[in-house]
Ligand binder design. Structure first.
Ligand SMILES: [Zn+2]
Length: 343
């Protein structure tokens, strides 16, 4: 039974907590750049991010001009050389895409009578939510017997070649971003061609050797740090699971923005805490979220006071609620408690 929460408190809060690229240098490279930035369907590219990315020009497999982050390119070239010595040829496909370019693609597809909004939603990331915005995500194609293999299905069929490629990634600071069977965490099905530069071989090896997703890696590392971002991440991850459990297939997509985290003890006037070790504590929080119903008929069921269904976008937006991220001794995990649905 879910408890009902009082809404009025939430609306007073104006402080917004943002995920920040804090520019920690991992590799002696670009000082301003956070090579561990998380961008996925639920985590937006941080504001002003694009101003800090140091892009260089490169050519893709078809000789077209493309842009790529400077350290990523340097390490990509070393990886490609190493693979070539081993008889495997890789070339670049799509690398950097700006938010603006993504918006143009989105607009073009959603206005196209042949494609439309559903097609755009299925095949294009929402502008601001593509890892390609970072310049650190690299789609590759392979060349076999002089011929380019570029179609997704054809690449997936080349298991042996990709196995060789994936084995070498971590030595150069790359990881395989969308692992097989892990789309409930990453939001994407298996993509053997989508590589991600994470700034250091050490981090990449940890992720690849442990066979975990980037999301899981960040969860573990950030928990130890106990930063507000860690808690935010933990809340978002738990909410994703929560909505999946409660609504199942009625939602095809959800996005969260944790706007405030409260201390688990009594707090003076909703004062925001700067840092809290999440450890084995319960953490009250405030969040706004957006849901994308699988079907317009589901909207009534999902819609609650405060929420507004944007017909054009197909999302329910701007719903703000309080919840408690509760620690469970038995499972050593977290669940969302008192995330009211009934007021
Ligand atoms: Zn990609």
């Amino acid at each position: 039974m879910k408890k009902v929460l009082v809404m009025s408190m939430i609306l007073l809060a104006g402080v917004v907590m943002t995920a920040c690229g804090n520019g920690k240098d991992q590799n002696g490279g670009n000082k301003k750049y956070d090579y561990l930035v998380l961008v996925n369907k639920y985590s937006k590219l941080p504001d002003n991010w694009e101003k800090n990315v140091n892009l260089v020009s490169a050519k893709n497999a078809w000789g077209e001009d493309i842009k790529i982050e400077v350290e990523t390119y340097k390490h990509y070239k070393r990886l490609a050389k190493d693979l070539k010595d081993d008889g495997v040829e890789i070339e670049l496909d799509s690398v950097y895409r700006s938010v603006k370019q993504q918006q143009e693609l989105w607009d073009r597809w959603s206005k196209d009578p042949e494609k439309g909004i559903d097609y755009a939603k299925k095949y294009a990331a929402v502008p601001g939510y593509s890892e390609h915005h970072t310049g650190l995500a690299v789609d590759i194609v392979i060349r076999k017997d002089g011929k380019l293999i570029e179609e997704n299905e054809d690449m997936i069929a080349e298991r042996e070649i990709f196995e060789k490629i994936h084995k070498k990634l971590a030595n150069y600071g790359f990881i395989l971003r969308y692992l097989e069977g892990r789309d409930d965490i990453t939001g994407y099905t298996y993509e053997p061609w989508h590589l991600r530069y994470v700034g250091s071989a050490k981090v990449a090896k940890k992720i690849m050797n442990d066979d975990i997703t980037f999301e899981e890696y960040l969860g573990s590392v950030k928990d130890i740090k106990g930063t507000p971002e860690a808690i935010k991440y933990q809340i978002e991850k738990t909410l994703q699971k929560y909505f999946k459990d409660v609504y199942g297939d009625k939602i095809i997509n959800s996005r969260f923005n944790v706007t405030k985290i409260y201390s688990d003890k009594e707090v003076e006037e909703n004062e925001m805490i700067k840092s809290l070790k999440i450890g084995k504590k319960d953490v009250p929080f405030e969040v706004t979220y957006e849901l994308q119903p699988a079907d317009e008929n589901d909207v009534d069921e999902l819609l609650i006071p405060n929420g507004e269904y944007d017909k054009k976008l197909g999302w329910i937006k701007d719903i703000s609620r309080l919840g408690i991220l509760k620690y469970n001794d038995k499972t050593d995990g977290y669940s969302i408690d008192s995330f009211g649905t009934g007021w």
